[in-house]
Design a protein. Structure first.
Length: 347
């Protein structure tokens, strides 16, 4: 039976409204743990899957057809806006994203601010396809990376363990840092709002690598730009502000903005919510590795997390980061059922 949008448990939780149960979705829920996804990856390169609207929609819907999830998230990648900015980007098998680094002032000056309706039209079309498929059933989430995380990929040329090059620019050349963060912020505002116009009903801002910073560095070098992006969002949809290794930054992240703060597994979720305050929602925070364990452990951890919430409206159950490729599908089904069944009794 089709539901009106204001009765979706996921959107109710985003707005801290009472729902019949705790809603659940999983970061990377349309990923390599699904045999159907792996079969598609044998046929198509990752970027082609992202840029083909029909394929991206198909992948988005894979977990929705398999599990009773409470939201879909569009299949895409946080790095896709870098290409139309003028950055060379490829995904190498076994290596992940490989980027031609942008570090010099003249290279940063050449980066373009683009029109996402034209340059990311494939993403917007995929959103429209998925919305038609899931209309009246569950909502669709759009997303982007946050300015710091995209900047770190640009400077490092990919993932980094210590972000030495990123921090060096931050400390040594504040004007150039500010120029690049401003440019990325403007691009992200445009990209996120274009997704809203295309039909997403919620957004998530991924600041995946910002946990490498101290609270004072976050406040000085990152907060103004994350705050600018979030302030520039279309307010008709809720926004989840997520970061990993961010336990020391939670209060600053709240200051940057968002309707919901997403936390990883390195902090008790009840403590995290008390720290940021109950005037916003909370998302998380099962360790993804727990899904590789026995069913009894999964159920125990779900119960522990839900008990710490105490039935307070505004909690979205999720992992503390993306689902791992070797996760058993049957364990995901157990997780979804357990969250719904147990939370419906304690709310």
């Amino acid at each position: 039976m089709k539901k009106p949008e204001n009765q979706y448990p996921f959107l109710q939780a985003c707005r801290r409204q009472k729902a019949d149960y705790t809603p659940l979705w999983l970061m990377r829920q349309a990923g390599r743990y699904l045999k159907e996804y792996r079969a598609l990856r044998k046929k198509y390169p990752f970027l082609e899957m992202c840029k083909n609207p029909e394929l991206a929609a198909e992948v988005t819907l894979l977990p929705i057809k398999k599990f009773n999830l409470d939201a879909a998230i569009i299949f895409s990648d946080i790095l896709l806006p870098l290409e139309p900015m003028g950055v060379d980007l490829e995904f190498k098998k076994g290596e992940g994203p490989v980027i031609r680094p942008v570090r010099e002032e003249k290279e940063i000056a050449r980066l373009r601010i683009f029109n996402p309706e034209k340059s990311l039209s494939f993403l917007l079309k995929a959103i429209q396809i998925v919305r038609r498929e899931i209309e009246g059933k569950i909502p669709l989430i759009g997303f982007s990376g946050a300015p710091f995380t995209l900047l770190s990929y640009l400077i490092e040329g990919g993932h980094s363990n210590h972000y030495v090059l990123t921090k060096s620019l931050m400390y040594q050349n504040r004007p150039l840092w500010s120029t690049l963060m401003e440019k990325l912020s403007e691009v992200l505002i445009r990209c996120l709002n274009a997704q809203v116009q295309a039909g997403v009903q919620a957004l998530q801002l991924f600041d995946s690598w910002v946990g490498c910073l101290s609270p004072s560095d976050y406040e000085n070098y990152v907060l103004p730009y994350s705050k600018k992006v979030i302030a520039g969002m279309n307010k008709k949809v809720p926004l989840i502000h997520f970061a990993t290794s961010s336990s020391a930054l939670l209060e600053k992240m709240k200051e940057a903005g968002g309707d919901v703060i997403g936390v990883d597994w390195r902090i008790e979720i009840g403590e995290a919510w008390a720290r940021v305050g109950y005037d916003i929602g909370i998302q998380g925070n099962l360790d993804p590795v727990v899904l590789l364990g026995p069913v009894d452990l999964i159920k125990k951890e779900v119960k522990r997390i839900l008990d710490s919430i105490k039935g307070r409206p505004g909690h979205i159950f999720n992992l503390g980061h993306g689902i791992l490729p070797n996760t058993p599908v049957e364990n995901v089904a157990t997780l979804v059922d357990m969250v719904h069944e147990y939370s419906s009794k304690v709310i």
